[in-house]
Design a protein around this ligand. Structure first.
Ligand SMILES: [Zn+2]
Length: 332
């Protein structure tokens, strides 16, 4: 038995749902990942992950003080409702109330937008720690940014600030899932890079962006798709930079694994396009693919009114969670 207090963070992504049971000290007690299904099945997946973490807490004699859940799409944080998440096929889903009901109404629960909270996590624990003006750009299944200006996270009138992935960068270009054409997302997201590689006749069986990058020198189709993706991203980031003037742009999500292969060429393209304006610092998130998980746990701490406990955490705290994959019991 461990005893003590913990929180539960649930990060609902387009491809997987990850749950973390984390002590207030930052130590991981339990984590599990499952594939994301669609519609009601996606909701069942979230509730199963919650149940697994609560069961682990019971086995360890640990009290759960708060739950934070992150969703992609258009999220009404104040109302606790996912208005629309296209990848999950959710519309007007009262996710916060559903989760609270699943705990028997005994635990405070907060719902947050995935990229917004990834950005908050980056500012608390990652590459933007101590910064007041930055953008966290998440490039995974889709593309979106969390914009922080003067230390304030910009939400926008409809709660959808930062959706620069749907800015047109190639007019008349490929049709995007959003209904427009030539969006940044259609050329530079992880899903788009793989789709375009196949559409342009790429012969290899590629599963992610890192595999695509590994073939650049010998596969001209891969090189073309990557170059066009970088150009689309640079055009989108040029507009974003001229609009909000971030000192630093931090990359998270699957593409962040590309490291300097991403930031190097992107820096050159931005310098060409920005001309008179200095290019922001470009950084890779030290939280890697775990920015969403970190955001979900910070939101859970907020729900528990224990947010101050994260002041003692850093990127290493989150990195240790990734080594606890699927663990159901921790020695005291
Ligand atoms: Zn679009």
């Amino acid at each position: 038995m461990i005893g003590g207090d913990a929180v539960i963070g649930i990060d609902v992504g387009g491809t997987s749902i990850t749950v973390d049971l984390v002590e207030l000290t930052g130590r991981s007690l339990f984590t599990a990942t499952r594939p994301t299904l669609r519609g009601a099945d996606a909701l069942d997946g979230v509730l199963s992950q919650l149940a697994a973490a609560r069961e682990a807490a019971r086995d360890l004699g640990t009290s759960v003080l708060g739950v934070g859940v992150l969703s992609p799409g258009h999220v009404d944080e104040g109302g606790g409702v996912v208005r629309f998440a296209s990848n999950l096929e959710w519309r007007e889903l009262d996710l916060q109330a559903r989760i609270r009901a699943a705990t028997g109404g005994t635990v405070p629960v907060l719902l947050g937008h995935d990229v917004r909270w990834a950005g908050i996590a980056e500012g608390a624990l990652g590459a933007a720690a101590g910064l007041e003006d930055y953008a966290l750009v998440s490039v995974g299944t889709g593309i979106a940014a969390c914009l922080v200006s003067g230390g304030h996270v910009l939400s926008g009138a409809a709660g959808s600030a930062g959706e620069f992935g749907h800015a047109t960068v190639f007019p008349g270009g490929d049709l995007c899932a959003c209904g427009r054409t030539g969006c940044v997302d259609t050329y530079a997201s992880g899903a788009a890079l793989l789709r375009r590689y196949r559409a342009l006749g790429g012969a290899r069986e590629l599963h992610d962006v890192i595999e695509l990058l590994a073939t650049l020198s010998e596969d001209p189709v891969a090189a073309q798709v990557w170059d066009e993706g970088l150009e689309a991203l640079a055009r989108g980031l040029c507009t974003l930079t001229l609009t909000m003037d971030p000192g630093t742009i931090v990359f998270a999500g699957g593409i962040s694994g590309a490291g300097e292969a991403l930031t190097g060429p992107l820096r050159c393209l931005l310098e060409e396009q920005l001309l008179w304006k200095a290019t922001p610092e470009l950084a890779i998130s030290p939280l890697g693919a775990s920015t969403g998980r970190a955001g979900a746990v910070l939101l859970a701490l907020t729900a528990a009114e224990r947010r101050h406990r994260a002041q003692a955490w850093d990127a290493g705290t989150v990195e240790a969670w990734t080594r606890a994959e699927g663990r159901t019991a921790v020695p005291a």
